[in-house]
Design a protein around this ligand. Structure first.
Ligand SMILES: NC(=O)c1ccc[n+]([C@@H]2O[C@H](COP(=O)([O-])OP(=O)(O)OC[C@H]3O[C@@H](n4cnc5c(N)ncnc54)[C@H](OP(=O)(O)O)[C@@H]3O)[C@@H](O)[C@H]2O)c1
Length: 104
C-alpha cells in the first residue's frame, strides 16, 4: 500500500517496555498501518524493529530518533512524518515515556 494512504501509528519510547509491547500487539493485530517506532537512541530503535520482525510482525516499521525533551528532534520528527507521509493529522500518536519530579 502507498505509505501516503496508510494509517500511521507513532509511538515514542518504543524501543523497550510498554511502547515496544504496544507496537508488537497492535501490529500483530493490524498489519495495515505503518508503525513509527520512535527511540531516543537510533541503534536501540533499529534493534527493536529487528526484534519485532523476529516476533512475527510483518507491518511496515519506520524507526525515528526522538528524545521527547529535545525540541530539534521533535521538529525533525514532524518534518520526517510530513515528508514521508504527507500528513500528520487524524492518526494515532502515543507519547509513552513519562517524567515526574518530586519537590524538595
Ligand atoms: N510497566 C508498567 O507496568 C507501567 C505501569 C504504569 C505506568 N507505567 C509508565 O509507563 C511509562 C513506560 O513504562 P515502561 O515500563 O515501558 O518503561 P521502560 O521499559 O523504562 O521504557 C521507557 C521508554 O521510554 C524511553 N524514554 C525515556 N525517556 C525518554 C525521552 N526523554 N525521550 C524519548 N524516550 C524516552 C526509554 O528510552 P531508553 O531505552 O533510551 O531509556 C524507553 O524506551 C513510564 O512512564 C512508566 O512510569 C508503566
Amino acid at each position: 500500500m502507498n505509505s501516503a494512504l496508510s494509517k500511521i501509528i507513532f509511538v515514542t519510547g518504543a524501543n523497550q517496555g510498554l511502547g515496544f509491547a504496544i507496537i508488537q500487539v497492535a501490529a500483530l493485530r493490524d498489519p495495515e498501518p505503518t508503525y513509527v517506532l520512535a527511540s531516543r537512541k537510533r541503534l536501540a530503535g533499529e534493534e527493536a524493529a529487528k526484534k519485532l520482525r523476529e516476533l512475527g510482525v510483518t507491518a511496515k516499521i519506520e524507526v525515528v530518533q526522538l528524545d521527547v525533551t529535545n525540541d530539534e528532534q521533535i521538529a525533525a520528527a514532524v518534518d520526517f512524518i510530513k515528508t514521508r507521509f504527507g500528513k500528520l493529522d487524524g492518526e494515532c500518536f502515543l507519547s509513552n515515556p513519562a517524567y515526574a519530579q518530586l519537590g524538595s
